[in-house]
Design a binder for this molecule. Sequence first.
Ligand SMILES: Cc1ncc(COP(=O)(O)O)c(C=O)c1O
Length: 382
Amino acid sequence: MKKNSATRLRKIRTWQPGKKDCELVLPLKNKESNVSLIDLASNDYLGLSQNPELIEAAHSTMLSEGLGAGGSRLVTGSRPIHNKLEKELSEWLEVDKVLLFPSGFQANIAAVNILANRHTTVIADKLIHHSLLVGIKASGTRIKRFAHNNINDLEKLIKECIQVKPNYRPLVITESLFSMEGTCPNLKKIAALCRSYKAMLLVDEAHAIGVLGDKGRGMCFGISDPITMISGTFGKAFGSGGAFLATNHEIGEQIIQASGAFQYTTALAPPLAAGALAGLKLIKKNPHWMQTLQKDSLSWRTALLKEGWTTSKGIGPIIPLILGTDNESLSKQRQLEANGLLTIAIRPPTVPEGTSRLRIVIRKNLPTNTLKKFIHHLGEKK
Ligand SMILES: Cc1ncc(COP(=O)(O)O)c(C=O)c1O
């Protein structure tokens, strides 16, 4: 096992739900200290994991269909709820085909392995998620990284790649809302670039789906240039678990016929699929949720910048407070936690060296005065 310094050691801490003190916001409790904490850390952006409609949908599906699917989609695991969720998602996102996966990590591995083989060059943003890197490694492709959200650098790499391998389409990979940076790329420009060089484009919408874009349909929605594939998860804004890939008919069929990550895994548990479908219905019905979340996120960013803290430019609910050292991030985490506010210190290798940070997640319906309380307990900048 690799040796880590004390500030890099990972520990599993267990959080238990506390008593609800306001609509849809569940305070978490640290099991050891029993202190009730406002959750400014999880990806349950809309509080849907606690929503009674999702819980009821999952419960009734569990009673009628059982807990697990008991088989893969191609053997005995496919249920009407899977088809229903795939159909509703494909209509909502206006794509040909949606296929479900048990997790976003797995969906990303499947996505890369369907779009790339050992002849392909993958050109990926420097900060893409670990699951995509695992997929790239498994596919045996060459990888080139472009500077985070830097279109010029991306274009330079695409050109180089086409010169070396004119007969192979490169695969460009990025995310629509970066999970540790809170930043969004200019996807319109990236899609146009990919079209002009005939490159494929895979976009991980894990953090944006249900939160950003037209009525929460993600940042790819409405872009006229083709996006080869989108991956999304139900484990974040959708308040459930599982994930999906959205693509055209042809590639969708390739996934069914040739993706081991789709074929050889137990189908998404039916109660989770039912929960995700109930989440989708609520997201469709409440577009104002996304507007409020974005407005609140802007207020937090503005207030933190006004207090002199360093954060990223962004529109979504992920706000990194860049502190630099591991010690500073861990000490701020402890300080806030002691005062009932939960944010997590994110350290290298999850983020680049020298950029340890607190990852603040703004959620729907935070108790009033949370921002004021946060700024107060954050204390002085060193
Ligand atoms: C950008 C990104 N993609 C994919 C995943 C994986 O999703 P899941 O949690 O459904 O496995 C995550 C989860 O942390 C993520 O942040």
